[in-house]
Design a protein around this ligand. Structure first.
Ligand SMILES: NC(=O)c1ccc[n+]([C@@H]2O[C@H](COP(=O)([O-])OP(=O)(O)OC[C@H]3O[C@@H](n4cnc5c(N)ncnc54)[C@H](O)[C@@H]3O)[C@@H](O)[C@H]2O)c1
Length: 344
């Protein structure tokens, strides 16, 4: 057992992390949970009981638990406003830190955490788990293969109506900051392009049960003349899309449709004449690396591998901040009613 981890923030998502840590052979063998921290001690105690974590430190004060447990890893699963303080504390105590998304509650806080991680010479990465799924990996692969020609655009629809309760129904920019970060990150990852600018209309529709920003429509300019459009709502009931969104991806030779689940359809032009040229279906190959398709477990495994090998993890803060910059670019654009440049 090489690594000793303290997990901070023992709410709903912490269970997903502990399930991932339990189910992955690599993580079971290499990571030991040595402490749980939550402002509400009963939440931490209940989590320890549920997952059979005995003989560990449980507390409400993160510095105390980090110091007394001798942890070298901090798993940060707190709510976004608490993130900066928690990550900064972990780094100050010499820990490598893996955070839940979003990386920070503001872009300035994210930049500050990058600085602190660099100064501490510790790995600081984000669980951007929705890029560690088969469909996203398959699309990235087919785009890179050139089968669709030069990539020209990605379009996606995200329409769901979940009733979470809790912090989401009270926060600002709920769709963009809490959910669209996944979709924007997926678009950036699948395309391999840099986000340059965005125009966004964000609003809270009639009947929304959220306080702010449950819907957004955004047009992004990516590098190499690629467009990415996003239409999303978290208070649209009646015809749900997948949590991964429904996608239409166009290239100079053809189009790929993905329903966000198992449904793929890809066609490329084969005809040379006529008003509408003839097209033929092409295969969308399976994901090349199964180890990258297990959501949270894959993201945590990558983090551990980075610490052990010195490689930079795929969702390192230095990369993930670009997805966060897309979110805050969209939020800024909606606020000023204008296209804005994106800068991480
Ligand atoms: N990756 C995903 O798919 C996914 C899904 C759900 C939630 N999340 C993210 O996980 C994070 C937590 O979400 P959740 O649904 O578990 O929220 P939650 O409210 O259920 O749990 C958060 C916990 O953090 C604790 N907490 C808050 N501030 C703290 C502090 N300073 N120190 C210690 N504990 C503190 C709270 O008491 C609470 O128990 C959020 O960033 C959220 O966006 C990610």
């Amino acid at each position: 057992m090489g690594h000793r981890a303290v997990l901070c923030g023992c709410g709903a998502m912490a269970k997903g992390w502990l399930r991932a840590l339990t189910r992955s052979n690599i993580l079971r063998e290499n990571v030991e949970i040595v402490g749980l921290v939550d402002l509400d001690k009963t939440s931490a105690e209940a989590l320890a009981t549920e997952f059979g974590l005995r003989g560990i430190l449980i507390g409400t004060d993160l510095p105390t638990v980090l110091r007394d447990s001798g942890a070298n890893l901090l798993f940060d699963i707190v709510v976004p406003p608490a993130r900066h303080g928690v990550v900064a504390t972990g780094l100050a105590y010499g820990c490598h830190v893996l955070s839940e998304k979003p990386m920070a509650a503001t872009l300035d806080e994210a930049r500050d955490l990058r600085r602190l991680a660099a100064e501490a010479k510790r790995v600081h990465a984000i669980v951007q788990n929705r890029r560690f799924i088969s469909g996203v990996r398959r699309i990235r692969h087919i785009i890179q293969s050139g089968d669709l020609g030069e990539l020209t655009a990605l379009h996606c629809d995200f329409f769901l109506g979940p009733h979470f309760g809790g912090f989401r129904e009270q926060m600002d920019n709920v769709l963009l900051l809490d959910m669209a970060i996944h979709t924007f990150d997926a678009a950036r990852f699948m395309s391999g392009k840099e986000p340059l600018a965005v125009y966004c209309h964000e609003y809270n529709p009639q009947g929304s049960w959220y306080r702010h920003g449950a819907a957004a429509n955004a047009i992004f300019e990516f590098s190499d003349n690629v467009a990415f459009t996003y239409r999303g709502s978290w208070c649209a009931q009646g015809a749900n899309t997948s949590w991964e969104s429904a996608w239409r991806i166009t290239g100079s030779k053809g189009t790929l449709l993905w329903d966000g689940g198992e449904g793929f359809e890809a066609n490329v032009v084969t005809g040379r004449e006529g008003f509408m040229r003839a097209v033929e279906p092409i295969a969308v190959p399976d994901a090349v690396d199964d180890a990258c398709t297990n959501g949270h477990a894959s993201a945590i495994e990558r983090f551990i591998d980075a610490i052990d090998t010195g490689n930079v993890p795929e969702t390192d803060g230095s990369d993930n901040i670009k997805s966060l910059a897309m979110v805050f670019g969209a939020i800024d654009s909606a606020r000023v009613g204008k296209r804005v440049s994106i800068s991480a």
